[in-house]
Ligand binder design. Structure first.
Ligand code: MG
Ligand code: ZN
Length: 210
């Protein structure tokens, strides 16, 4: 008899990528190194003030990445991006979905560096010399938040969500159980939504298995 590692009634584990599976958000690292830091900083303030949408923020920020070859950016990220402790164990034991509003072209090379195979849903990027363009993986805004959020990529059925940032707000609120840190934790706290705090992914693994 074989044991099914993913019984149908078991909640799927959904992980944000940047700032969740990585220690520091790789998009922030990239924008600081290859983009316009002032635009990046201001866009974050405008988003939090409700002056621009998440879609506008992403398109604005990455339009400032000019003349940067994708291969050069990935080589730089390979040297600077750090994976959060516990990631490998969590993937091995829970076969998660990685759900990111970042770009497949940047995430897949890091997964390859880590020798990790995992299901990934992310956006794509067209790294044009005159400024990177976001290629969104959805054609309509979210019915719940009205923005180009990650909710459309959620699996059917019950799921556990692990995240840290703005783009996790809408999808996490659909979860049966939320693990949060940093900005997402502050947001959920303010919303009065229950969540469990985490620092590294060992915390999540321990909580899932206790
Ligand atoms: Mg994040
Ligand atoms: Zn949404």
């Amino acid at each position: 008899m074989t044991i099914d590692p993913q019984p149908a009634d078991r909640a799927r584990l959904v992980l944000d990528w940047d700032g969740t599976c990585t220690v520091v958000d790789t998009l922030w690292l990239l924008l600081e190194e290859f983009g316009d830091y002032d635009v990046f900083r201001r866009a974050g303030e405008q988003l939090r003030a409700g002056e621009i949408s998440y879609r506008q923020l992403m398109e604005l920020e990455f339009s400032t990445v000019k003349g940067a070859e994708l291969a050069a950016v990935n080589a730089w990220l390979a040297d600077h991006a750090e994976i959060r402790p516990g990631f490998h164990e969590l993937v091995e034991r829970h076969d998660p979905l990685v759900l990111s509003s970042g770009f497949e072209e940047l995430i897949r090379p890091l997964l390859a560096r880590e020798r990790v195979e995992v299901e990934l849903i992310a956006n794509r990027v067209d790294p044009r010399p005159d400024g990177w363009r976001v290629i969104w993986n959805r054609e309509q805004p979210c019915e719940i938040c009205g923005d180009w959020c990650k909710r459309a990529g959620l699996p059917p059925g019950p799921f556990v969500y692990v995240g840290d940032g703005y783009s996790d707000r809408c999808p996490s609120l659909a979860a049966d159980r939320i693990f949060a840190r940093a900005g997402l934790a502050e947001y959920l706290e303010a919303e009065g939504a229950p969540y469990e705090p985490f620092e590294d992914l060992q915390d999540v693994l321990r909580a899932l298995e206790s």
